[in-house]
Design a protein around this ligand. Structure first.
Ligand SMILES: Cc1cc2nc3c(=O)[nH]c(=O)nc-3n(C[C@H](O)[C@H](O)[C@H](O)COP(=O)(O)OP(=O)(O)OC[C@H]3O[C@@H](n4cnc5c(N)ncnc54)[C@H](O)[C@@H]3O)c2cc1C
Ligand SMILES: NC(=O)c1ccc[n+]([C@@H]2O[C@H](COP(=O)([O-])OP(=O)(O)OC[C@H]3O[C@@H](n4cnc5c(N)ncnc54)[C@H](O)[C@@H]3O)[C@@H](O)[C@H]2O)c1
Length: 574
């Protein structure tokens, strides 16, 4: 079953390496007690055993629940009782982080829920994305530190030459993926979500079939259906991926080799994070970027600083304004060849000969074979069109009743936490509460050393909006150089930047480059999500000495015309 599904994905896009583990593998560690709540389990799944409440409990009942299942019939499921006339209240196609987030929230809301997965639970993020890549980045961070003699000496430390064992580094990434995948699987099983194995297809309104395509498929009905089928690496025309010398992130995460010289095509999130890993492990990197500057998605000022710190001092060079138009893998003793054409004139500019090439040119939605024609839906460049409530829109522009699409497959924001948040938002709606997710308040982070994080608009986007809508914007900045904790760590390189409206204190965007930027962004993103204004948040107290004071200073240094707090809490007598 699993291998046939892998093949069907492979024919859509050349991905390989889906043989790791399985959704039904026995969990090595049992983290879940029968009293653990769905939200605790979400943390257990996505953030390791962050909650102590997730640990222990190995009573017989739980062991029984966690035993590998073939297929649980709807009637044997423990969650909810379905609405009259349906097998389930909610069926989710795709058990990535989006589907998982939706399933856990659905159980919390009392919905009888099933999730269909054709490959392994956890999808891209857990098996081929966030999780293994962050494990590799944890290694690269330490290598970088150990190799930085100047940095070590400034603490008075002496360290012998740092080295690494490639296979053990690779194992660290794969072991973490396995652990998190088991956590995710167990979290759903222990709450009674039916995990149905096979390829899911929409066969009509409120009807789905799943199983081995064209062989043994089962039809089920659901009051509401969520499509959460995610994405696969996008490989441009003319690029031949062999999985060894011309690779995508799916292959790179296995770290089967550390090439001496690797070209990374695309300087977005994947390109940048892998440049951090490869250079720390000793590779030389050449970026090939189609747009005129590296890291085109970031705020330009942050991008410039990132280039000064993450690119220029490292063994990295780059070609911008060029497409990698033809890439041929190494064979018969010849190296990988890469033809570069000018992005504007399309003329051949250069041919590179290197040891390997990583294709990091974005991701393509995985929506083939879903049966969308049965509900009159046409994809747009493969993405499923949805409105702001993730309701699927048909080819006539009408909403398809009871059908939703979340995560990478709708292309709104290709991030794990966005997929999960969209899933939660849909569950809120189908359980009777209107909910619209504010995508502008969703943070993003790039886990380089140091990290980059952002929420809301970049400065050019904010200026464009301000001009259109007729308001002014202001910029405030703070430096990590003025922060005690950062200086104690000898990590003073970094800035935080706030883009805001001086007339009313609205936060339009926050961008951070520096140590632990990925953690620091949440004060800003939560403020934006809750509509908190600068004149309110500037009075919040931060522990000293912490990096969070960089953000505290940022809000304090903003000049808001109306300095009156918009909401002042009643003083509490102590
Ligand atoms: C290298 C890399 C690093 C990343 N790092 C981060 C990061 O640090 N932070 C972050 O927020 N995001 C990161 N991302 C992005 C993140 O992985 C995705 O945004 C996220 O996985 C999307 O979740 P999803 O649930 O929409 O889809 P997926 O995770 O892709 O899951 C979809 C699931 O659906 C299954 N499926 C597909 N079609 C069918 C079908 N018809 N029937 C049954 N099952 C089906 C698939 O097998 C898969 O399990 C990274 C991505 C990559 C590639
Ligand atoms: N830390 C994170 O949150 C994280 C990490 C990795 C991936 N992701 C997600 O995964 C998705 C995919 O990441 P990605 O880095 O592949 O995509 P991306 O869209 O971030 O960057 C792709 C880059 O490739 C360039 N490009 C495209 N075609 C090209 C060609 N033929 N030649 C040269 N350059 C070309 C684009 O201009 C762009 O800069 C992103 O949407 C991101 O959100 C997130």
């Amino acid at each position: 079953m699993q291998s046939s599904f892998s093949l069907s994905l492979s024919s859509a896009s050349p991905i390989t390496g889906r043989s790791d583990g399985g959704a039904t593998s026995t969990a090595p560690d049992l983290f879940f007690s029968s009293t653990t709540t769905p939200s605790q389990l979400r943390f257990c799944g996505l953030r390791r055993e962050a909650f102590s409440g997730c640990k222990s409990s190995n009573n017989a009942l739980l062991l029984k629940q966690l035993r590998p299942m073939k297929k649980i019939s709807a009637s044997s499921s423990r969650n909810g009782t379905p609405s009259k006339g349906f097998d389930y209240d909610l069926v989710i196609i795709g058990a990535g982080v989006g589907g998982h987030g939706a399933a856990l929230h659905a159980v919390e809301k009392g919905l009888k829920t099933a999730i269909i997965e054709g490959d392994v639970v956890g999808g891209t993020c857990v098996n081929r994305g966030c999780v293994p890549s962050k494990a590799l980045l944890a290694v690269s961070g330490r290598m970088r530190e150990l190799q930085n003699e100047h940095h070590m000496k400034s603490f008075g430390l002496q360290v012998a030459a740092a080295g690494y064992d490639r296979q053990q580094v690779a194992d660290h990434a794969q072991n973490l993926a396995t652990k998190i995948r088991n956590n995710l699987t167990n979290s759903m099983k222990s709450l009674g979500v039916d995990i149905l194995t096979g390829f899911g297809t929409v066969v009509g309104p409120q009807k789905v079939k799943y199983g081995k395509v064209g062989e043994s498929e089962t039809l089920i009905t659901a009051k509401d259906i969520i499509i959460a089928t995610g994405s696969v690496p996008f490989v441009p025309k003319g690029v031949e991926v062999d999985g060894k010398t011309v690779i995508t992130s799916d292959h790179a995460l296995k770290l089967e080799t550390v090439p001496e010289w690797i070209v990374i095509v695309g300087s977005g999130y994947i390109g940048l994070e892998f440049s951090d890993v490869y250079t720390a492990l000793g590779s030389e990197v050449t970026f090939v970027e189609a747009l005129d500057q590296l890291m085109p998605g970031f705020d330009p000022e942050i991008g410039k600083l990132a280039q000064r710190v993450l690119i220029n001092p490292r063994k990295i060079d780059y070609h911008t304004g060029v497409f990698a138009s033809k890439i041929t893998p190494a064979r018969d003793g010849k190296p990988v060849t890469i033809e570069l054409i000018d992005a504007k004139t399309k003329e051949l500019k250069d041919t590179l000969e290197v040891d390997a090439a990583l294709i990091a040119t974005g991701r393509a939605p995985f929506t083939q074979g879903l049966g969308l024609e049965n509900v009159n839906v046409e994809t747009q460049r493969g993405f499923i069109p949805v409105d702001e409530r993730m309701r699927v829109i048909d080819s006539k522009g009408k909403l398809v009743p009871h059908l939703y699409c979340i995560g990478d497959a709708n292309g709104k924001m290709m991030l794990a936490h966005a997929a999960s948040a969209q899933g939660i938002s849909v569950v809120e709606q189908v359980s009777g509460k209107d909910h619209v997710l504010n995508h502008l308040s969703i943070p993003a982070a790039c886990f380089t050393h140091p990290e980059i994080s952002m929420v809301g608009l970049t400065e050019p986007q904010a200026r464009e909006k301000a001009e259109k809508e007729g308001f002014e914007i202001s910029i405030a900045k703070t430096s990590f150089k003025a922060n005690t904790k950062a200086l104690a760590e000898n990590e003073g390189e970094g800035i935080a930047k706030l883009i805001y409206r001086p007339d009313n204190g609205e936060i339009l965007g926050v961008h951070i480059f520096g140590m632990h930027a990925a953690d620091l962004i949440h004060e800003a993103s939560n403020a934006m999500a809750l509509g908190t204004r600068i004149q309110d948040i500037k009075y919040a107290v931060h522990a000293h000495p912490t990096l969070s004071e960089v953000i505290d200073e940022l809000f304090k240094s903003a000049k808001v015309k109306s300095d009156v707090p918009s909401a002042v809490a009643e003083p509490v007598a102590v």
